[in-house]
Design a binder for this molecule. Structure first.
Ligand code: HEM
Length: 221
């Protein structure tokens, strides 16, 4: 395991581990939104999907464990890289030249913290079902009714949409950085890579946001 020790003490290794765990977390988001979009197909489709996931508890728990490890590793190295950058330059630059730095890149710590707060609330809301007594009293597999009930409330739907803005910004810069860190960029494709991050990030965020918005606006009942 000496490669791991070396990787964790080296800022490049830390960035590579952040990139790998970021890819894993984005993979989870793509799988999660693919399942969630079944809400537009109807109650039977999404409830059967949720029930289907529970048919294979070993696979479900292995996926959860992998997700948790990726999540904790990503946050640990994010803190390590951010604190390393600050320690290397305790005084901010006299002239802040942020022409190249986008809003997304400058707000990675903030959007990451919003995502963390969102995930804690989201688990309490839909997985542990402890934030809303009506949801707590629902049948275990009526995921459709649970989500409809959740997003009919303006504060809840609004909070999810705000969280999706943070997710869109975080993924936009995060995905572009993965190409850079893993050396997958080439002068010929730089423009395409710079476009791919925001396109994928904003695309995923819009798909997620479409669910609370459609339910709140009464398009899905
Ligand atoms: C607005 C769109 C979203 C909807 C409608 C939604 C819906 C759900 C539902 C219904 C569950 C519980 C599934 C069940 O117990 O059967 C769930 C679990 C979960 N969601 Fe979401 N979700 C959304 C967005 C997100 C986002 C953006 C993230 C991550 C940033 C996320 C992360 C999770 C996690 C980690 C779980 C727990 C998975 C598990 O039990 O293993 N969700 N979501």
């Amino acid at each position: 395991m000496s490669w791991l020790k070396h990787a964790v003490r080296n800022p490049i290794g830390a960035k590579v581990l952040m990139a790998i765990t970021g890819i894993m977390l984005t993979g989870f988001l793509v799988a999660h939104i693919s399942g969630n979009l079944l809400i537009f197909v109807g109650p039977q489709a999404i409830n059967a999907y949720a029930e289907g996931l529970r048919q294979f508890p070993a696979v479900l728990w292995a996926a959860r464990a992998g997700l948790l490890v990726a999540f904790v590793t990503h946050i640990y190295f994010a803190a390590y890289v951010t604190m390393g950058n600050r320690a290397a330059r305790p005084q901010p630059y006299a002239f802040s030249n942020t022409v190249q730095a986008t809003l997304a890149s400058r707000s990675m710590v903030l959007t990451g913290m919003v995502m963390l707060a969102f995930i804690i609330f989201h688990l309490a809301h839909f997985t542990w079902r402890i934030t809303d007594s009506e949801i707590s009293a629902m049948g275990e597999f009526d995921v459709y009714q649970m989500v409809i009930r959740g997003f009919r409330q303006p504060m809840v739907a609004g909070s999810y949409v705000i969280a999706m803005v943070a997710i869109g910004l975080h993924l936009s810069h995060g995905i572009a950085s993965v190409f850079q860190t893993l050396g997958l960029n080439h002068p010929r494709y730089n423009r395409a890579v710079r476009f791919a991050g925001p396109a994928i990030g904003v695309g995923i965020a819009l798909l997620f946001a479409s669910i609370p918005l459609s339910i709140y606006l009464g398009l899905v009942k």
